[in-house]
Design a protein around this ligand. Structure first.
Ligand SMILES: NC(=O)c1ccc[n+]([C@@H]2O[C@H](COP(=O)([O-])OP(=O)(O)OC[C@H]3O[C@@H](n4cnc5c(N)ncnc54)[C@H](OP(=O)(O)O)[C@@H]3O)[C@@H](O)[C@H]2O)c1
Length: 308
């Protein structure tokens, strides 16, 4: 990307979009365009098409999406399907009409079949049934991958779809009703410390294994890939390493400085025993994550809004 390239980052107030803007700023890109939802509702096809035709960006990052935890995904199934389909269709088609040659679509590891082999390879897409609780969201994301792939095949575009593993970092969602496991553990440990609790309750048995990527590492990977291009239909982005929820909770407690003991609430569901992305394709392209889980959690804790 030339330093003068005009780059449109959607969802710039979110965790991923804000990390992309930080990364692009750090690399010296000067012409980054952002619009809040009030200024440009990505659900409006007319507004998005007109905006892209007028602005003529050189690159587009789709980090805008309707995102949420299991409960929200399950409860608001129509909203998750409809809004994600509209956002990606409006942006991908609008970018194509505006002559944008390179675009990046952010998906998620939940697009893969519920019971697929581990670590998860890109080829496993569409080889089995999806997890039911977030099926509408996953279907929308799969449609986005297929849209990008189809514009590449039919029109020679270079639209890249990346599938990040679980992310965490600045601007994460710490609302306990709707947050992912790592931000929830961080907040619960912090509050347990403030209250002087002797115990810290963690949902499930503590044995499932999960992978976590610091969001600034993801942004680094996205900009790296946008610069060099990627011809495949989709690409996993992760660390290639996983930890048990027990190990995660212990690291969180250590960083927060909570000295009580962990209690596992086995009445709460564990979910799938293991979820790890195979990142060998990404490694072959010359990229690997740099931030260790411990360093990343420390950075996330330092920037957490509940500490303000
Ligand atoms: N978080 C994770 O662990 C994770 C893991 C894998 C993949 N991803 C993917 O990364 C992408 C971004 O996720 P995130 O965690 O950064 O989500 P996020 O923090 O919720 O940010 C999403 C952003 O999209 C914007 N947005 C949503 N609907 C919009 C609309 N109609 N018009 C304009 N803007 C709209 C939101 O704007 P408002 O601020 O106005 O709401 C928000 O800024 C998603 O595609 C997600 O699937 C995330």
């Amino acid at each position: 990307m030339n330093p003068n390239a005009k780059i449109f980052v959607t969802g710039h107030r979110g965790m991923v979009g804000s990390a992309l803007v930080r990364q692009l700023n750090a690399e010296g890109y000067q012409r980054i365009i952002t619009r809040s939802r009030d200024q440009l509702d990505l659900l409006s096809q007319t507004a998005v098409t007109e905006f892209l035709a007028t602005e003529q960006p050189d690159y587009v990052f789709i980090a805008a999406a309707k995102v949420g935890g299991i409960q929200a995904n399950n409860q608001y199934r129509a909203d998750f399907l409809y809004q994600n389909l509209m956002i990606e269709a409006n942006l991908i088609h609008g970018a194509h009409l505006a002559g944008v040659q390179r675009l990046m679509f952010l998906g998620s590891s939940c697009i893969y079949p519920r019971d697929c082999a581990q670590p998860i390879k890109e080829e496993y897409l569409l080889t089995g049934p999806l997890e039911q609780t977030n099926e509408p969201y996953a279907i929308a994301k799969i449609a986005g991958i297929k849209l990008a792939e189809s514009y590449n095949r039919q029109y020679g575009r270079e639209y890249i779809s990346v599938m990040p593993t679980n992310l965490y970092g600045p601007n994460d969602n710490y609302d306990l009703a709707n947050s992912h496991v790592l931000p929830a553990l961080l907040r619960k440990a912090h509050e347990a410390k403030l209250r002087g609790d002797s115990e810290y309750v963690v949902w499930g048995s503590g044995t499932p294994r999960r992978e976590f990527l610091y969001v600034d590492d993801l942004a680094d990977a996205c900009v790296y890939l946008m610069k060099q291009g990627y011809a495949g239909p989709l690409l996993n982005v992760g660390t290639g390493e996983d930890v048990t929820i027990r190990e995660l909770a212990e690291t969180v407690m250590d960083i927060v400085g909570f000295e009580g003991r962990i209690v596992f609430d086995s009445t709460k569901p564990d979910g799938t025993p293991r979820k790890l992305l195979d990142v060998s394709k990404l490694a072959a392209l010359g990229w690997r994550a740099r931030t260790s889980l411990r360093d990343g959690i420390r950075l996330a804790y330092d920037s957490a809004p509940f500490r303000a």
